[in-house]
Design a protein around this ligand. Structure first.
Ligand code: C2E
Ligand code: MG
Ligand code: MG
Ligand code: MG
Length: 286
């Protein structure tokens, strides 16, 4: 009996695996089509100075307007995009929208997310600088967000890429800081403008993990202070978090408290013929 049950379970497992594999294949095919018609759009979320609430910049966050499922956040498709290598093409479409936005909006900086593999792709820096140049956008207003993995993958190469970009004014932010290696020995070797303290620590400033999160945030802020690197708290949702981060000496904050990621004002919908979009529009009174 045990044997039979075991087999049933493994058959069920096979079935689930097959269904998941099919879903991912479908998603990859959808992603290819989406690249062809550029179904991507940046949403922008403000980054504010904690001492006075001034908006200093925005992070550009990728959204895919899927034909059937509507706008999808990166968590739904970034895995497939990275495994298939399609993420680079998606990113370049995304960056083009962002650069275009830069030429229309003249306040503050905008940061783009770059996956580690993409960061190390040939000519990444040159291509980005060329795109800015061709659009007539000021490189000093663009920042890239990378994670620690991107630095540690191939440190000498990462340093070259960051230096090339920095020489033209494109500064680097270290995203999700505290979740990776956070090795002290390498941090000072790279030109990093700011650390983005991962939202898990900011969330932890309230609730059960209070003491631990507080200690970690303090340590990160002390480290950044010593190295002369600025700090941005991610995922700030409450007034209490904002206040605490400010008191601890964090320079900037980003999160729902200050504003959710929003499409650019006046941006044309990326997919005017999408049935999902039409349906949604039809429901709204004109
Ligand atoms: P990230 O760069 O750490 O971006 C911050 C994420 O936190 C965003 O999720 C944002 O919507 C969310 N967020 C902002 N404020 C709050 C808050 O107060 N509370 C909570 N709970 N969440 C908040 P999103 O937009 O789903 O992006 C997820 C990740 O996808 C990003 O994490 C980034 O790693 C990646 N990503 C985003 N855009 C791009 C892109 O253009 N290219 C690539 N390669 N990756 C991207
Ligand atoms: Mg980011
Ligand atoms: Mg982050
Ligand atoms: Mg993140």
């Amino acid at each position: 009996r045990a044997k039979a049950r075991g087999r049933d379970r493994s058959e069920l497992f096979d079935e689930e695996m097959r269904a998941e594999a099919m879903r991912l294949l479908d998603l990859e095919a959808d992603l290819r089509r989406a690249i062809q018609r550029d179904a991507f759009e940046p949403h922008f979320q403000p980054i504010v100075r904690l001492c006075d609430g001034a908006v200093v910049g925005h992070e550009a966050l990728l959204r895919w307007h899927h034909e059937l499922h509507g706008p999808l956040p990166p968590s739904e498709f970034i895995g497939v995009g990275e495994d298939s290598g399609l993420i680079e093409q998606v990113d370049w479409l995304m960056y083009r929208h962002v650069v275009e936005w830069m030429t229309l909006h003249h306040d503050g900086y905008v940061s783009i997310n770059v996956s580690p593999r993409h960061f190390h792709a040939d000519d990444f820096a040159e291509r980005l600088l060329l795109m800015l140049d061709e659009a007539g956008a000021d490189p000093r207003r663009l920042r890239i967000e990378i994670t620690e993995v991107a630095l540690l993958d191939d440190a000498p190469r990462a340093l070259r890429i960051l230096s090339t970009l920095r020489s033209q004014g494109v500064l680097a932010l270290l995203d999700d800081f505290g979740t990776g290696f956070s090795a002290l020995s390498y941090l000072h070797r790279f030109p990093i403008e700011a650390l983005k303290i991962d939202q898990s620590f900011v969330a932890g400033l309230e609730g059960d993990m209070h003491a631990e999160s507080l200690a970690l945030v303090r340590a990160i802020l002390a480290l950044a202070g010593t190295l002369g690197i600025e700090t941005i708290g991610e995922g700030v949702e409450s007034e209490q978090q904002r206040q605490l981060l400010g008191e601890l000496g964090c320079n900037y904050g980003q999160g729902f408290l200050f504003g959710r990621p929003q499409p650019a004002v006046g941006a044309p919908p990326p997919q005017p013929h999408s049935p999902a979009r039409k349906r949604r529009k039809a429901r709204k009174p004109a």
